[in-house]
Design a protein around this ligand. Structure first.
Ligand SMILES: C[S@@+](CC[C@H](N)C(=O)[O-])C[C@H]1O[C@@H](n2cnc3c(N)ncnc32)[C@H](O)[C@@H]1O
Length: 237
């Protein structure tokens, strides 16, 4: 998702930052302290939350949980933060930053659930390491979620989906749920994302996988994805 740079965004951002809905600096200080902000709430992350229909919808349905969205483009991160502010959601915060650095923002065991929705496919083979389901990212997530941590993945892109499921298996994750047509399956789907609505309106089936980190994970060699230059892919239309 690439939006044209909006001239007003630089002026609008301070409002959501001051309201505590958007963090774009100093995330390292939050590491190990998220429970102080969200006492007693299970922490759920969405990486690449886009305009935030999913994360704000989930936060409304699940007040017992806290939802943190990570979005690398600040122009886009503004929208879910603004929505959370306007609807008075106290269990959402958006981080404007690249998830490759999330180990600096969360301590091991702080996060239990991770959502990857319609992640950028990075279709060329040489771009595979940029995919958020590449084993390098799985290694990073495993450090934070540990055994028992759950990853939910939805995408319209069958090639990305097949690649991802192979990566989950190779990494030692247990596949708990899998569908090539989520909307015609018995799996629950509480909130649709913006991309999900768009693709399903076009008749594209939605692929879905729930994978769980196990004690067997982390045996394959992985590298930190930090050295991958943050980049914005071309918009998928
Ligand atoms: C295709 S959009 C999907 C947005 C939303 N999840 C949906 O389903 O409607 C992917 C989003 O992920 C963000 N993104 C890609 N790589 C990221 C990364 N490493 N860290 C944080 N956000 C990322 C992009 O900026 C983009 O907004």
């Amino acid at each position: 998702m690439r939006l044209r740079k909006k001239p007003w965004i630089e002026k609008a951002l301070p409002e959501v930052i001051a309201a505590g809905m958007l963090i774009n600096d100093g995330m390292e200080c939050c590491r190990g302290h998220w429970q102080e902000r969200f006492p007693g709430k299970e922490l759920c992350l969405e990486i690449g939350c886009g305009k935030g229909g999913f994360i704000t919808g989930m936060a409304q349905i699940h007040p017992e949980k806290a939802f943190i969205g990570i979005e690398t483009q600040s122009d886009i991160a503004y929208y879910p933060a603004k929505k959370a502010m306007e609807t008075g959601l106290g269990n959402v915060v958006i981080i404007s930053g690249n998830a490759a650095f999330m180990e600096d923002w969360f301590a091991p065991g702080e996060v239990r659930t991770l959502y990857l929705n319609f992640s950028d496919p990075w279709p060329k083979a040489k771009q595979a390491k940029r995919r958020l389901t590449h084993r390098n990212f799985l290694g990073l997530y495993y450090k934070l979620l540990g055994p028992g941590g759950r990853l939910f993945f939805k995408t319209d892109n069958r090639k990305l989906f097949d690649f991802s499921v192979e990566e989950f298996r190779a990494f030692g994750m247990e596949i708990r749920g899998l569908s090539y047509d989520l909307h015609n399956s018995s799996y629950p789907n509480e909130v649709q994302t913006e991309y999900e609505k768009k693709f399903s309106a076009l008749g594209t089936p939605i692929n879905y996988c729930e994978a769980v980190f196990t004690a067997d994970c982390g045996k394959v060699e992985t590298r930190s994805p930090k050295n991958i230059r943050p980049a914005v892919p071309a918009e998928r239309e």
